[in-house]
Design a protein around this ligand. Structure first.
Ligand SMILES: C[S@@+](CC[C@H](N)C(=O)[O-])C[C@H]1O[C@@H](n2cnc3c(N)ncnc32)[C@H](O)[C@@H]1O
Length: 267
């Protein structure tokens, strides 16, 4: 039997490789027999695309249900993988960030999705506040439900709309940590995130994608890219790259990379 790449979200198995109809069906039957908790199998028929970072899914086997509950490190995420972004492969990154947050922190998550990073943080560090912005109305609906399901309504505050409008013009609050989990808007979001830091100091968790020939992250190129972003925005920012790590490979030689930045007030 040909091995196909797949992911499991709640009780849904998503096959990510294309193959013949027979191969896909045989694979789906095998997985459903091996893992009785899988209730539905879908085939991913497009890349994750567009501003909402969603993908097409074609029904293969089991129930035609696309709403599910995914459990991870004590968190519960209700979601629909056709209409909302969710990746189980970001699980380690969510916990890594959650472990960095200290008591009393104020955080903005620009691109919250169904609440994954915000709720992972709020569960680990109960004495912090996370403002969570999401533009996709369906993801926002799940974000609100997940805040209640995870009993975080006193510390995760949801906002529906465009983070580039909401953060500087409506929210206008200052925080000490910003999450930017959207490589598509990496360059545009970095200056906006910097302006949201209290006193110009704090941490930014920046996510980018890069073409890499090996597992070595090109530190100097990334440093240069950040300096160019700030100078193009007429901003003088002192920063220090504290961590770089490959989160996952999203295509051959294309890495999804986490960059942790410490921003230090230049005055
Ligand atoms: C790559 S997903 C990450 C979601 C979540 N942080 C996670 O890791 O599961 C990016 C999310 O940002 C949302 N988004 C895209 N542009 C946005 C914007 N300008 N303002 C707010 N949310 C936005 C998308 O709808 C999507 O849910």
């Amino acid at each position: 039997m040909k091995n196909l790449s797949f992911e499991i979200i709640g009780d849904i198995l998503i096959i990510r490789d294309s193959a013949s109809e027979r191969t896909v069906l045989d694979f789906a039957e095998l997985k459903m027999n091996t893992y009785p908790y899988i209730k539905s199998v879908f085939l991913q028929t497009s890349k994750t695309e567009g501003q909402k970072r969603t993908r097409n899914l074609e029904f293969i086997l089991g129930k035609r249900n696309l709403e599910t509950i995914h459990k991870e490190h004590g968190n519960i995420y209700r979601l629909n993988p056709l209409h909302t972004f969710f990746s189980p492969r970001l699980s380690f990154e969510r916990q890594r960030i959650a472990n960095l947050v200290k008591k009393g922190e104020r955080i903005i998550n620009f691109f919250s999705g169904v609440g994954t990073f915000s709720l992972a943080i709020a569960t680990k560090q109960v004495e912090c506040i996370t403002h969570s912005v999401e533009i996709n109305e369906i993801a926002f609906k799940y974000l609100c439900q997940n805040i209640l399901l995870n009993k975080c309504q006193d510390r995760v505050f949801p906002y529906c709309g465009d983070a580039f409008e909401i953060v500087p013009r409506i929210l206008k609050i200052k925080v000490n940590r910003v999450l930017l989990p959207l490589p598509l808007e990496a360059d545009k979001s970095l200056p906006v995130a910097c302006n949201a830091l209290d006193g110009g100091n704090g941490h930014i968790h920046w996510q980018i994608t890069e073409h890499l020939q090996s597992k070595i992250i090109p530190f100097n190129e990334i440093d240069k890219r950040i300096r160019t972003i700030f100078s193009d925005s007429d901003m003088e920012v002192n920063f220090h790259i504290s961590t770089t790590r490959i989160i996952r490979w999203i295509a051959p030689r294309i890495a999804h990379i986490a960059i942790d930045l410490n921003i230090i007030d230049s005055e």
